[in-house]
Design a protein around this ligand. Structure first.
Ligand code: OAD
Length: 273
């Protein structure tokens, strides 16, 4: 419920004294930057500032369905560059795994397509991969399903992935602008947010909808803790009763939480595995 001291330290004290029972995590690219994966919108280092070689009219065209249908090559060369498998999960990923191991995690809602949550051992059924995944692929014409291995082979031999049956273009099941999100994104939140007492929002600019609208599902009694390098979203209301911002790096924040709760050794052990 409502806590007296709406600072990060006040939040840690409240957790130590009273605990939380049902936690939801909403995350974006900022939880993976310390793994060496760029985010999208940080000026200079973000992906959208570094797509010049693809010569796109607008940076976000790389994830626009209409653009892709005309010119799929930029997306496939980026997909090869960012292909899951070269990166290791961060302490933040393992912290979320630890929340799950302790029976506290209701659901992890992610915008990320780097698969680091899966690698960190967060069970698939505990996640809503709102912007999809590289784990499956479909022909955009006849909807034939293709495996991860099939696509990987095409990407790494620089072969345009065309359907074996109809010759249509095959695309990883990551959600492009102009495509629907997975059904779980629409089905899960109402039930998930019932009685949720702590919502973490980590490493996201909250600029992309409908994902960003999830923050509004939290009941008034649910504490919302934003952990981000800059303040985003609507977490600066003058009549704030339950929103806390930690302005800084996700990994620093989770180490502080772990320390406050006496979880440091457990978190270290997960990271070393
Ligand atoms: P953004 O790049 O928009 O935002 C990342 C946020 O994380 C920024 O506010 C950064 O300041 C912050 N950040 C970066 N590193 C951090 C760190 N180590 N600790 C704390 N904060 C950090 O990325 P998303 O919000 O994930 O969609 O972007 C949302 C969607 O836009 C993506 O899923 C993608 C993109 O278009 C699709 O590809 C469909």
């Amino acid at each position: 419920g409502v806590i007296p001291n709406l600072t990060f330290d006040g939040f840690l004290q409240h957790w130590k004294d009273h605990g939380f029972k049902k936690i939801i995590t909403l995350v974006g690219a900022g939880i993976s930057t310390s793994a060496g994966i760029p985010d999208f919108r940080t000026p200079g280092t973000g992906l959208y500032d570094n797509l010049k070689k693809y010569d796109l009219p607008h940076p976000t065209d790389i994830f626009e369905l209409d653009y892709f249908l005309d010119n799929p090559k930029p997306f496939f060369s980026l997909a090869k560059e960012l292909y899951p498998g070269h990166f290791t999960p961060t302490p933040t990923h393992y912290f979320i795994r630890l929340l799950n191991d302790k029976g506290l995690l209701v659901r992890h809602y992610t915008q990320n397509i780097d698969s680091l949550e899966r690698i960190a051992g967060i069970p698939e059924e505990k996640m809503v991969e709102a912007h999809g995944t590289f784990h499956t692929n479909h022909c955009l014409e006849c909807t034939t399903l293709y495996s991860k291995e099939w696509m990987k082979d095409k990407l790494f031999t620089d072969t345009l992935p065309l359907c074996d049956h109809c010759g249509g273009i095959v695309k990883p099941d990551i959600v492009f602008f102009g495509e629907n999100m997975p059904e779980s994104f629409y089905n899960m939140p109402t039930e998930d947010f019932k009685d949720c007492d702590l919502l973490f929002i980590m490493g996201t600019s909250l600029e992309v909808y409908p994902f960003a609208s999830l923050v509004g599902y939290a009941e008034p009694s649910c504490l919302r803790v934003l952990i981000n390098r800059n303040v985003v979203g609507k977490f600066t209301s003058p009549v704030n009763k339950r929103d806390i911002s930690y302005v800084g790096d996700c990994d620093d924040a989770v180490w502080k939480i772990a320390e406050a709760l006496g979880w440091t050794a457990e978190l270290q052990a997960l990271i070393k595995k």
